[in-house]
Design a protein around this ligand. Sequence first.
Ligand SMILES: NC(=O)c1ccc[n+]([C@@H]2O[C@H](COP(=O)([O-])OP(=O)(O)OC[C@H]3O[C@@H](n4cnc5c(N)ncnc54)[C@H](OP(=O)(O)O)[C@@H]3O)[C@@H](O)[C@H]2O)c1
Length: 242
Amino acid sequence: MTTVLITGANRGIGLALARRYAADGGEVIGCCRDPEKADALKELAASSGGRVRIVQLDVANEASIASLKRSLSDQPIDILINNAGINGTPKAQSANCIDPEGWMTTMRVNALSPILIAQALRDNLRRSSEKKLVAITSDFGSTGTDWGPTTNASERYSYRASKAALNNGMRALSRDWAADGVLVGILNPGFVRTDMGGERAAASSAGISAEDSARGLARRIAELTPANSGTFQNYRGETIPW
Ligand SMILES: NC(=O)c1ccc[n+]([C@@H]2O[C@H](COP(=O)([O-])OP(=O)(O)OC[C@H]3O[C@@H](n4cnc5c(N)ncnc54)[C@H](OP(=O)(O)O)[C@@H]3O)[C@@H](O)[C@H]2O)c1
């Protein structure tokens, strides 16, 4: 049975991924900051016949990451999905206004935490059959994309920087852990109708559901090979410029 660990599994894309892998017969370790309030994830766990387990994890807290590692011990993890992320605090950080503390929080949650979690669970990945490390990133991290003035990208300096840093770190792990057989997916989920995608995704014809995004992401994860490990793709399998 495939064991999948997902961060930020209580809502949005993380919850849709947890439902997807549970429906496919996988064993899911759904991590979330506040299990008490994770009603949808608790419902999924209750109806899963013991295949969905909830573990508390604040990705921004190193003690919480260490506690996750202790609770897993040597359990093999086939697919580790670093999904938890934030829009930026405050969301709007532009050429005219940067909030230094908020910038660092965004970098910690979106860029540093996935690497710390990957390092903490490296042996769990190595012990598994699939050995897949996945980051849910964003095309806003693409330095090669000219977003132009019509998107809100010009107000998203910290979010964009954090996802570019995440991509860079994951790309490096794909090289440095290749000898262990670890495959790395750097995946943009699309423009998704979640709390983060918000009203813009709901109002836009380009917006997709979390379920459609999760279906595409799971397909891309299934297709990971040494040849495409460390590439930057969207949920449809199209390559995104760095
Ligand atoms: N939606 C889109 O259009 C879109 C586009 C591109 C990329 N993405 C990426 O997709 C991923 C998921 O986004 P989403 O749309 O599903 O967002 P969302 O609905 O806002 O959910 C974000 C998830 O991350 C969790 N999280 C945030 N900070 C955390 C922390 N310190 N510790 C543990 N969990 C934490 C949240 O938990 P709480 O409930 O505890 O806050 C929540 O489960 C993110 O990495 C995001 O950058 C989304």
